[in-house]
Design a protein around this ligand. Structure first.
Ligand code: NAP
Ligand code: HSE
Length: 431
């Protein structure tokens, strides 16, 4: 059988999973690729670190040049994480005639334009299914299977770490820090978990999907985003009491030729499919004008689900399928953007507000007066009886449909009321 020599750079959580699939299930990959994917080299930083996979002698190295300069290696899975040296290594691999597979959304979101341009110039390809939603084949679906559609909206849970943390907080009452530690131990989190918890990772993935699905040219840093790192346990409890669960949602909604994009903790009504997505799972709801509503669900992080996507990309690359789709992808191409970002303030929805207010007559009236001035109608109010040590009580208000801009301005005014302490908490609501 024909042999295609491949290499892995980075043998951490994902890289070890890829090595296991290539070495333990070579028959499977050979059947699908019509050739053997032969693991020639695996590059790490620390040769002494114990690895959870049995590599044949001579495969492990700490010299990336052994891959770059090996003309027989055709496909390389670059699985380091971070921006440098990954960017430089990817350019060197492309220039030395190799096709690259990556799971690194941060790298693509930051340097995608340069890397894709260079790959196109050199007639090489970059495959990146594992960069968004781990094991869920969302990139292939959006860029190939749904190409007869105008995608109208795309929203869901794109970060496994934060979903794992929120599930632990909701379902087991676990503290945020402990849940984050567990997510790190299980290999879900980025090397720098700030990217997960502050919403950056989800925004990077959303930018990639918005490029593919809508022809948008967005810098992920321009996507309005909020993470769960400042989430108060009391909001998890209040959300539960009023029949919701907090999820970190990434949202892209087309309105004419403008696109609303944001990443934010959101109260999702219990019983809605997204509210029941638990642990490291991701879920993405896609609405296309021909196909209607679709739901993609699966493990968004973790060793084997992510390796599943990487190895499928390696097979597609080895047989030449990636080269065909890569040329037609709109991602970071010179084609003109088909949509422009919508003014975020105009995005409409319902909101959850929690205000820490003094417990005396007239306070509720002052707060509702501000909301009224911004034409924000109240759907429900929840106030607990017991005051906290500083004499304030949490006032939880659910609004009717309004806009992001109106609620932002109203909250800024509410925060200035003398009867209010601290900053009002504001989150989107999905019914
Ligand atoms: P990881 O566990 O931290 O592993 C990183 C690996 O890269 C390690 O083996 C490390 O070597 C190696 N490495 C780092 N710098 C290197 C260098 N300069 N030269 C050679 N090797 C180097 O990371 P991971 O979780 O597998 O993630 C890898 C990528 O996949 C990231 O971009 C991440 O965003 C993405 N991703 C991860 C998941 C997931 O669930 N973990 C899911 C989807 C996508 P040593 O072992 O010797 O230190
Ligand atoms: N850290 C990422 C997550 C890995 O938790 O979703 C998958 O991209």
């Amino acid at each position: 059988m024909e042999k295609t020599k491949v290499a892995i750079i980075g043998l951490g959580t994902v890289g070890q999973g890829v090595a296991k699939l290539l070495l333990d299930h070579g028959d499977r990959t050979a059947r699908h690729a019509g050739r053997t994917l032969w693991l020639e080299k695996a590059v790490v930083r620390d040769l002494k670190k114990p690895r959870d996979c049995d590599l044949p002698a001579g495969v492990l190295t700490d010299h990336v040049d052994e891959v770059i300069n090996n003309r027989e290696i055709k496909v390389v899975a670059l699985l380091i994480g971070g921006l440098e040296p990954e960017r430089t290594i990817m350019l060197q691999l492309l220039e030395s005639g190799k096709d690259v597979v990556t799971a690194n959304k941060a790298l693509l979101a930051e340097h995608g334009a340069e890397l894709f341009d260079r790959a196109r110039e050199l007639g090489r390809s970059i495959a990146f299914e594992a960069s968004v939603a781990g094991g869920i084949p969302i990139i292939a679906n959006i860029s190939q299977c749904l190409s007869a559609n105008q995608i109208q909206s795309l929203d869901g849970i794109l970060n496994g770490t934060t979903n794992f943390i929120l599930s632990k907080m909701h379902e087991e009452g676990m503290a945020y820090a402990e849940a984050l530690r567990e997510a790190q131990q299980l290999g879900y989190a980025e090397a720098d978990p700030t990217l997960d918890v502050d919403g950056s990772d989800a925004a990077q993935k959303l930018a990639i999907l918005a490029h593919l699905a809508f022809g948008a040219r967005v810098d992920w840093k321009d996507i309005p985003r909020m993470g769960i790192d400042r989430l108060d346990k009391s909001d998890v409890r209040f959300a539960q009491e009023i029949g919701y669960r907090i999820k970190l949602l990434a949202v892209a909604e087309l309105d004419g030729d403008t696109l609303e994009l944001h990443v934010s903790p959101t109260l999702v009504k219990r019983g809605r499919p997204l509210s029941d997505v638990s642990g490291p799972f991701n879920a993405i709801r896609v609405v296309g004008d021909a196909v209607g509503e679709l739901m993609f669900y699966g493990r968004g992080a973790g060793q084997m689900p992510t390796a599943s996507a990487v190895v499928a990309d390696m097979i597609d690359t080895a047989v030449g399928r990636t080269a065909i789709t890569f040329r037609t992808l709109e991602l970071w191409s010179n084609r003109k953007a088909r949509v422009t970002p919508r003014e975020h303030a105009k995005a409409d929805g319902r909101f959850y507000l929690r205000i820490n207010a003094e417990d005396h007559p007239g306070v509720l009236a002052q707060v509702t007066n501000v909301l009224g001035q911004h034409y924000i109608s109240i759907s429900s109010v929840l106030q607990q009886e017991a005051a906290s040590a500083d004499g304030t009580v949490p006032l939880v208000i659910m609004t009717h449909m309004t806009t992001e801009g109106a609620t932002r301005k109203a909250c800024a005014e509410i925060n200035k009321l003398t009867c209010v302490r601290g900053k009002t908490v504001r989150m989107w609501v999905r019914d």
